[in-house]
Ligand binder design. Sequence first.
Ligand SMILES: [Zn+2]
Length: 287
Amino acid sequence: MELSKFHTLTLVGVLLFFIPFAYGWGIDGHLIVCKLAQQRLSNAAANAVSQLLPEYANNDLGSVCSWADRVKFRYHWSSPLHYIDTPDNLCTYQYKRDCKDEDGIQDRCVAGAINNYTTQLLTYSGNSDSSSQYNLTEALLFLSHFMGDIHQPLHVGFTSDRGANTIDVHWYRRKEVLHHVWDNTIIETEEKRFYDSNVDEMIDALQQNLTTVWSEQAKGWEACSKTVCPDQYASEGIKAACDWAYKGVDEDSVLEDDYFLSRRAVVNLRLVQGGVRLAATLNRIFG
Ligand SMILES: [Zn+2]
C-alpha cells in the first residue's frame, strides 16, 4: 500500500517534471536563442562563457539554456522571474508599474531579473577562482534563459489571463493553451513543416538570414546605451502580444494556417532578436 502510494507520487512527480509547463519558450526556443548567441560572441566573451559554463555542458550554452525552467521547483523564488504581467488591454509596459511579483515586491519580473544577473556577471574578474560574491555560473544560465523569455511576446502579457495561460484554443484539431502555442507549438509546427523536424536545420536557416536579410537590422537590435536594455525588449513584447498573439483569438478559437503562417515570422524575429541581444549583452559584460 505504502509502496504503491510512493510509486504513484513518484510518477506524478516525474510527469510534472517532464510536462513542458508554460514557462517561456519551450526547450527548442531557448536552444535556438542560445545557439544563435554563442556564435556571435567576441573572444573575450566566448572565453568567459566557457569558463563559467558547468563542465557537463561541454562549452555548449544551448544545452543549458532551459536550466532555469528545470530548477523552478527547487528555487521557488525564481518562478515570477520568467515573465511580466501588464494591465489588461493597455498594450504598454512600464517598469515601475509592472515589474513586480504577485505580492507587489518590486523588481521581481523578467526585466528586473535581467538587470540583476547582468550586474552580478559584471563582477566577473577573469580568474577561475573568482572572488565574486555571486554564483556566476547560475547568473549566466539565468541571464541566457531570461533574455529568451522576455522576447516571447506572451511573457509580457495581460494580468487577468496570466499571459494567455487561461485561453484555451484549438491548434488545428488539437486542444492547446494559447500561451503554449507561442512557447512551443508554432516552433514545432515550423520545424515539422519546413525543416524535416530538425531544429538544427531551423537554426542554420535563421543564422543564414541573420548574415543576409537581417544583417543591417541586427545592428539596431544590438544597440543599447547601457549594458542591457530589458525595458525596450518588454515594450516590444507586449506590442507583439497585442498585434499578433492575442489578435483575433477568443476562447475556443480554431487556429490554423491563417494564424500559423502569419505568426511564424513574428516568432522567428523574436527568437533571432533574443539571440542577437544575448550575444551583444555578453559581449558588453565581458568586454
Ligand atoms: Zn522561462
